[in-house]
Design a protein around this ligand. Sequence first.
Ligand code: NAI
Length: 349
Amino acid sequence: MSVFEHCQFDNHEAVYFCRDEASGLCAIIALHSTLRGPAMGGTRMVPYASDEEALTDVLRLSRGMTFKNVMAGLPFGGGKAVIIGDPAKDKSAALLQAYAVEIERLQGRFVTGEDVGIGMADVQAMSSVTAHIRGVPDGGAGDPSPFTASGVYDGIVAAVRHRLDRGSVEGIHVLVQGLGAVGMRLAERLFAAGARLSVTDTNPNRVEEARERFAAEAVDIASCCAADVDVYAPCALGATLDAATIPTLKASVVAGGANNQLATAEDGRRLHERGILYAPDYVINAGGVISTAHAGPSFDMGRMLDHVGRIAGTLEDIFRLSKAEGLPTSVIADRLARKRLADAAATTR
Ligand code: NAI
């Protein structure tokens, strides 16, 4: 398995392969950049089919965290970790402890917290071994999902203003794909503001809840991208926008909370060529990481909410530049992120 030649390597500063035989720990910690501060990103535990799959995931997510943190104006770099295993079967106190020892060894270069398969209780268990953990009840705002949903809602309003020339989401038809911690709250906000909702989820109970609470229309999962709506809000899995789904989209705005919505960089161009306004995922869904970054002894809820409120302004800048230069919003966002990183590199030289 080649690491330096990996298509997702993108000049990672360091990649650590961690093994503890006694507890069964197999983990990869990827630090993409510490130029603007410690690399911050969650730890996920997933039963990857192969080490290669785990490596690809951690490299892609780690780079994404650098871009997310820099565009949110946070004093953090980007990193991510994956523990290879089934959280239901393989997670144990000994494994979490062994993993926390690895975090501690990095002496603060990596700051982590919960993600898929790693919950609040796990993070709390790790915090007895290492201080380089966020998301424990330490005077912060707690669950980051409401703040992610809030940033996504503001981003949808900004996108609707830019693309559909409408001052609010009243009467706008939005498809929310995925009614979890982010999607259900987003649906709640949209409904309260007068939007018309279509929804889809693999969990029928969540669809039923949205039908009852928000008079939402249920749409089929397989063909949801082709739903006749104004806004498509992906809030479930990544990579739902690709060469097959983009030609079927009827929405003129794509703006949602999911990470890595574009299957490939080329898909940003495909959306642009179809005249569909895409709110870059790592910009619009930064509310959660902003709330986590603000946690600590001097936590100030008002300051944190102001910071989340600035997401929409960043998106507006991206939309304006995209229109002025005729380039996809995904290209503009990547360019702004890389410029800010280059500026940080110049000041550390
Ligand atoms: P969640 O696990 O609470 O909810 C995901 C929902 O999607 C569940 O209701 C699940 O049943 C549904 N789902 C799964 N596969 C589906 C499919 N194929 N079609 C339709 N629905 C499907 O997750 P959460 O926290 O709401 O996160 C949603 C997305 O937002 C994820 O991509 C996550 O990485 C991203 N995200 C979440 C943040 C947060 O603060 N929770 C922060 C930034 C990004």
